[in-house]
Design a binder for this molecule. Structure first.
Ligand code: ATP
Length: 323
């Protein structure tokens, strides 16, 4: 194997650059050149790519986002698009492809593998919703950003004493996965957490908050996963139940930026090496992950078909800590 390609696809995530860097360095250790493909599958079909040298990627480890840019492409989901992509891969001497992205990107990888291009998926999404790995690249950075924000809200909330207690409703990302919300709730000292995976009762939540107010607490912070409910609807319900004017805070894309944490840089580098080695071993249609601190691999269908679930241990811990 002389040359492989790497692309980032779907939503960008902090740590993708650390991963690209490690792929280039790991491949170089095996005497393999890496083509950086720009703008995901769109760029692959259009032949937007160039060789990434170790020198070029040496100092991108702390950069957020992705130097290769990411994109979403409808054309790639057609046979015409897949053919174009394979033609470009052949034209540019790409003998294997590493795709950093989410489950949609993994589906695309499987599709192009049908045309004879070996593919390996690396989970890159802040949502941490991909099965087959304990963590996906970017999730830890997102959790740290939310944690920092919760600290800031705590700072102001505990300082200003008002006539009535205050409630802060903080909406975080994660789509159908409550990982960011629940982890941030635990480490950020929240008073309640709503996630899509666990049924909740707003009246019960308000009683819980009221009990805290009756015991002297003057404010509460509630972390709401975007997939659980709409934070503005929630505000209306909370306002009515507690007779207050709750404050909402939607973190949105703030959670996608910022220099990747040491942890994200570490797992991105571990998974990069594993992905390169799988291609060297002649493997295809695999995804890599980090399980119990070690780089592992499994069939890419795991990442496509299964979802990471919040562990029962995490739920129990959160329930105790919000008490
Ligand atoms: P994120 O979870 O961050 O959104 P993702 O990888 O799931 O990341 P998608 O937008 O679902 O993001 O997919 C990225 C790209 O992968 C799509 O634009 C498309 O080109 C390709 N893709 C997605 N789904 C499929 C599919 N079912 N078949 C083939 N290609 C797909």
């Amino acid at each position: 194997m002389k040359r492989i390609g790497v692309l980032t696809s779907g939503g960008d995530a902090p740590g993708m650059n650390a991963c690209i860097r490690a792929i280039v360095k790991a491949a170089a250790a095996y005497g393999i050149e890496v083509m950086g493909i720009y703008e995901g599958y769109k760029g692959l079909m259009e032949g937007k790519m160039n060789v990434l040298t170790c020198n070029y990627v040496d100092d991108i480890i702390e950069l957020s986002g992705t130097i290769l840019k990411s994109a979403r492409s409808k054309l790639f989901r057609t046979e015409e698009g897949l053919k174009l992509a394979k033609e470009q891969a052949d034209k540019n001497g790409i003998e294997g492809l590493i795709v950093i992205g989410g489950d949609g990107s993994f589906r695309g990888a499987c599709d192009i593998s049908r045309y004879g291009l070996p593919v390996i998926g690396i989970p890159g999404t802040i949502d941490n919703d991909i099965a087959g790995t304990d963590y996906s690249i970017g999730a830890d950075t997102a959790v740290n950003i939310v944690t920092e924000t919760l600290s800031r809200i705590h700072d102001t909330a505990r300082s200003l004493i008002m006539d009535s207690p205050r409630v802060f409703l903080v909406e975080v990302m994660g789509r159908a996965c409550g990982y960011i919300a629940m982890t941030a709730s635990i480490v950020g000292g929240a008073d309640y957490c709503l996630v899509p995976e666990i049924p909740y009762d707003i009246d019960e939540m308000c009683s819980h908050l009221k009990k805290k107010f009756d015991n002297g607490k003057m404010y509460s912070v509630v972390v709401v996963a975007e997939g659980a409910t709409n934070v503005n609807d929630l505000k209306k319900q909370v306002d009515a139940a507690l007779n207050i004017d709750a404050r909402t805070c939607v973190l949105g894309h703030l959670q996608r930026g910022g220099s990747p944490t040491a942890f994200d840089r570490m797992i991105a580098s571990q998974m990069a090496l594993k992905a390169v080695e799988l291609l060297v071993e002649g493997k295809t249609n695999q995804m890599v992950g980090v399980v119990a601190g070690k780089a592992v691999s499994c069939d890419i269908s795991v990442g496509i078909n299964d979802k990471n679930k919040i562990s029962a241990e995490m739920v129990r811990l959160n329930n105790i800590l919000i008490g």
